[in-house]
Design a protein around this ligand. Structure first.
Ligand code: ZN
Length: 563
């Protein structure tokens, strides 16, 4: 096996690309210069449980994908439902795509029907997208058991449909569904589907691992076998059921595929589609193959997070390349080594994908970690102060605080150590009352009695702000909500920036301190001002007190950074 070492773009890597390898019994072609990235969030990705996009959301996702610089964006089935009809209509008017081409998705004609009378095909023509991607069965068992037609008719369906779409001036990609399973069991039929599509004018033949169970060597071998038989562009479309979607996509490219389908953030049903957030930098940075424009690679993390927000699914902090934690370093020795030579612990330079090195501070932190964290925040803490903060941090972590997940509170702790105090407002007192009105509950109870229907929570906050004493009361669906409402009522008019600051999550955990008496409650509050998000923490034997600490820090942090 020949092993080459490269260094480019600040990335150190070695990859084996063997021509006489024992690992593969097929020949690998030269790596392509570039591949087309095809994102399918709007169609395949939207099959994910809990993921539902409005037409507006879909347009916003498409804009983000274009901003990132993918080659193709797949819309859903035109004509399938009113939402998708509206999407293609509005896309024509409202989307001005710079790098990406919009693709309409559909299937071949049904068995025994002429293409011109098949609704799916006529809808594809009417959608107005320049490219149609149609799915066809390439596993004989699916033809027999799902389509219930003959293999000859299945091949004719492909040929007729591709020809019809080409005659209507569409570029056509063929998604060969279950290709790898089909190729294993009946290669002759699977290949005949591809050759029918190519002979009828299909531009790209996309090999799909629809069940997601294939392993890299099988995929590489099958792609290489197809590569040897066709001159059409080959695409790869993988699902991640065996955890190999990205690896399978890479080996497919190494074996001759030049179109990679998947989704930013790997959305999709079951285990998801190929995560393009990992496939793109692997191809660009490690295999030196052009994907999105090189200068846009640094948009990868911001776009991945923006899309996560649009689809309303919290980003996975451990997601390769773009996760919040994937360049985070914890522990004194490790973190101080990162400070000296980042590549000792980082496989790529985080900036290249728009992510960043983060120092995580916990009780395991040493002085150098804390010094680095202070420097990151632009604070100048001398050795004596660092020592004091470290002692305080260790004491607080012992009591149940957990600063590595509460960046907002940690920053405030470090700032206070420099002598800073939050002087936005001072709190005289607060009070929370929760009561249950059984009458109200019974009045409202209809067919299904709700035991807490009559529960109301009211909070009163007394604060001093700008020389004024203000008392405000608010109701809420729980203590944090009521306290937040009361505090905002009291100080909102003095701090208009509060309008943009919202709580987005509230988590409570009861900690077993082993003391036998009352358990300690840890509350984490996530907040955002629309651009930045931060987490604050409170710990107390009293859940209201813990909630108040986290809430107070959240508001102070927000005001500090709004200034
Ligand atoms: Zn799929």
């Amino acid at each position: 096996m020949s092993t080459e070492s490269h260094s480019h773009g600040g990335v150190q890597h070695t990859h084996a690309h063997g021509h006489t390898a024992h690992a593969h019994d097929y020949k690998m072609p030269e790596l392509p210069e570039s591949v087309d990235i095809f994102d399918t969030i709007l169609r395949d990705g939207s099959q994910q449980e809990g993921l539902s996009l409005t037409v507006d959301d879909k347009l916003r996702v498409a804009e983000q994908l274009d901003h990132l610089g993918v080659s193709y964006i797949e819309g859903s089935w035109p004509g399938a439902n009113p939402k998708d009809v509206e999407f293609f209509e509005r896309a024509k008017k409202e989307l001005s795509l710079g790098t990406a081409t919009l693709v309409a998705f559909g299937s071949t004609r049904r068995a025994g029907v002429k293409p011109e009378t098949d609704a799916v095909l006529t809808n594809l023509v009417e959608a107005g997208a320049p490219v149609a991607c149609i799915v066809a069965k390439s596993w004989d068992r699916h033809v027999a058991e799902a389509l219930r037609t003959s293999l000859d008719e299945a091949v004719a369906m492909v040929a007729d449909s591709v020809r019809y779409l080409c005659e209507h001036d569409l570029r056509v990609f063929l998604d060969a569904e279950h290709f790898f399973d089909g190729f294993r069991r009946n290669p002759e039929f699977a290949l005949s589907v591809l050759s029918a599509a190519e002979a009828s004018g299909a531009e790209a033949l996309v090999l799909c691992d629809t069940n997601g169970g294939s392993l890299p060597d099988d995929v590489g071998e099958a792609v290489a076998a197809v590569r040897a038989r066709t001159s059409a562009q080959l695409g790869i479309h993988c699902h991640n059921d065996a955890g190999c979607a990205v690896a399978n996509s890479l080996i497919a490219v190494q074996a001759g595929a030049t179109q990679v389908q998947g989704c930013i953030n790997g959305y999709g049903e079951r285990a998801g589609n190929t995560d393009l957030s990992a496939a793109i930098p692997n191809l660009s940075l490690k295999l030196n193959i052009r994907t999105i424009p090189a200068e846009r690679l640094e948009r990868l993390t911001p776009v991945a997070h923006h899309i996560a927000e649009l689809v309303n699914i919290a980003p996975n902090p451990q997601q390769p390349y773009v996760g919040n934690s994937v360049f985070a370093h914890k522990g004194g020795l490790h973190a101080s080594a990162v400070a000296r030579s980042a590549d000792l612990y980082e496989h790529v330079v985080p900036d290249t994908v728009g992510n960043g090195t983060r120092v995580v501070v916990s009780e395991m932190a040493g002085r150098s970690t804390l010094a680095m964290k202070s420097a990151e925040l632009g604070l100048d803490l001398d050795g004596e102060v660092i020592g004091r903060v470290l002692d305080e941090l260790k004491q607080l972590e012992h009591e149940g605080y957990h600063f590595e997940v509460a960046d907002g509170s940690l920053e405030l702790l470090l700032r206070r150590a420099t002598g800073w105090t939050a002087d936005f407002f001072t709190v005289e007192s607060f009070r929370v009352i929760t009561d249950h009105d059984a009458r109200e509950a019974n009045d409202e109870a209809t067919s299904t009695p709700e035991p807490f229907a009559g529960m109301t929570t009211e909070a009163t906050v007394k604060v001093h702000v700008g020389g004024e004493r203000i008392v405000a009361t608010a109701e809420g669906n729980g203590p944090v909500n009521a306290l937040d409402g009361a505090l905002r009522g009291a100080i909102g008019s003095k701090f208009p920036a509060l309008d943009h600051i919202h709580l987005i999550d509230y988590r409570v955990r009861v900690l077993d301190t082993g003391r036998g008496t009352g358990a300690v409650t840890r509350v984490l509050v996530d907040s955002t001002d629309g651009e930045r998000t931060w987490t604050t923490i409170g710990v107390s034997e009293n859940i209201i007190e813990a909630s108040w600490q986290a809430l107070y820090d959240s508001i102070v942090f927000g005001l500090l950074h709004a200034a």
